[in-house]
Write a protein that binds this ligand. Structure first.
Ligand code: UDP
Ligand code: MG
Length: 289
C-alpha cells in the first residue's frame, strides 16, 4: 500500500439519520491507525435528525448546509474544506464498502482518478436509471474514446488538483461523478476502475427522483456534447442536414421537375450553421484543456 497518501474523505448526507452514525463508525474502524486521513461530513440541509447526530460525533469535521443544495454541491463544499491532496467520496447511506478503500489507494502512484466500479448488481438501481446510465455511458464512450465500466459510481478516489481543473463544469446535483469521469478521460488523465461490492442503502430512500433524474440525464448528454467534443456531435448533425438538402434537390428535380428552392436553402443553411457552431464551440472548449 502507498503509505504516503493522505486522505480527505468527503461524506455528503441528506436525511441519513438512521444510518450515518453506523456508517461513520465503520469507516473509523476500518481506517483507524492505517492511514493519515480526515472525515468531512456535509449535512445537506437534512430535515431529519442527521444534524443532531452529527454534532455529537467527535472524530469528524462537520459542515452544515442550512438548505438542501444537492450531491454535487455538498461534495464541492467538502472538497473546499479539505486539507489533504487526495479526496475520497463516500456515501452516507451504507452502500459503499469501507474495507475496499485500501484497494483503491494501491493505485495512487499511477493514476489520478480511481473509481470503485460496481460489479454485478449496479447499485440496486431502477430499470429507468439503468437505461439512462447505459445511454449516457455509450455516448460518453463515443465522445472520449475510452472504455467506461462504471460512469457514475460515487465511491471514487481522486487528486484534489484534478477536481479543481474541472471545477467550473460541476453541476449542483447528481452529475458530479459523470462529469468528473468524462472530463478526466477526455483530457487524457489516467483513470483506473477497481471492482467493488456495493450494498443496498441501509434505510430510507434514494435522493433520486425519476422526472428530475430524466431532465438531469438530458442535461448531462447536452453538457457532455457541448463541453467536451462539440465537433463529434455537430458534424453529424450538419451532415444530416446536408444529405437532406441533396435529397430535397434530387426529389424536386425528378418528382416535380424543378428545384425546391426554399426547402433546399433552409437545409443548406442549417447544415452550414451547425458546422460553424460546432467549430466555434470546439475553439472555446480547446482553451480549457
Ligand atoms: N445526498 C446529498 N444531497 C442530496 C441528495 C443526496 O448530500 O440532495 C447524499 C446522500 O445522503 C448520499 C449520497 O448523497 O450519501 C448519494 O445519494 P443517494 O444514495 O440518494 O443516491 P443514489 O445512491 O441512489 O445514487
Ligand atoms: Mg445511495
Amino acid at each position: 500500500m502507498n503509505k504516503s497518501v493522505e486522505l480527505s474523505i468527503v461524506v455528503p448526507a441528506y436525511n441519513e439519520g438512521e444510518t450515518i452514525a453506523s456508517v461513520l463508525a465503520d469507516l473509523k474502524k476500518e481506517l483507524g491507525g492505517k492511514l493519515t486521513h480526515e472525515i468531512i461530513v456535509v449535512n445537506d440541509g437534512s430535515t431529519d435528525n442527521s444534524r443532531e447526530i452529527l454534532e455529537t460525533i467527535s472524530h469528524i469535521k462537520f459542515i452544515n448546509n442550512k438548505v438542501n443544495r444537492g450531491y454535487g454541491s455538498s461534495l464541492k463544499t467538502g472538497i473546499e474544506n479539505s486539507k489533504y491532496d487526495w479526496i475520497l467520496t463516500f456515501d452516507a447511506d451504507g452502500s459503499h464498502p469501507p474495507h475496499q478503500i485500501l484497494d483503491l489507494i494501491k493505485y495512487c502512484d499511477e493514476y489520478e482518478l480511481i473509481v470503485g466500479a460496481r460489479v454485478g448488481k449496479q447499485a440496486y438501481d431502477t430499470v429507468l436509471r439503468k437505461m439512462g446510465r447505459r445511454i449516457v455511458t455509450k455516448f460518453a464512450q463515443y465522445i472520449s474514446r475510452a472504455e467506461i465500466p462504471d460512469i457514475n459510481s460515487g465511491f471514487r478516489l481522486f487528486k484534489k488538483d484534478l477536481a479543481k481543473k474541472f471545477w467550473h463544469l460541476f453541476p449542483e446535483r447528481f452529475s458530479f461523478s459523470t462529469t468528473l469521469t468524462v472530463a478526466s478521460h477526455v483530457a487524457r488523465y489516467a483513470v483506473k476502475y477497481v471492482p467493488i461490492e456495493t450494498y443496498k442503502r441501509r434505510a430510507g430512500k434514494s435522493g433520486i427522483k425519476p422526472i428530475r433524474d430524466m431532465a438531469g440525464f438530458l442535461n448531462i448528454v447536452t453538457r457532455l456534447a457541448i463541453y467536451f467534443k462539440p465537433l463529434k456531435v455537430f458534424v453529424p448533425i450538419s451532415m444530416f442536414f446536408f444529405i437532406s438538402a441533396i435529397l430535397a434537390l434530387l426529389i424536386g428535380w425528378f418528382a416535380f421537375g424543378g428545384i425546391l428552392d426554399t426547402t433546399f436553402a433552409i437545409l443548406i443553411m442549417a447544415a452550414t450553421q451547425s458546422l460553424v457552431f460546432g467549430f466555434i464551440a470546439e475553439m472555446i472548449v480547446k482553451r480549457f484543456y
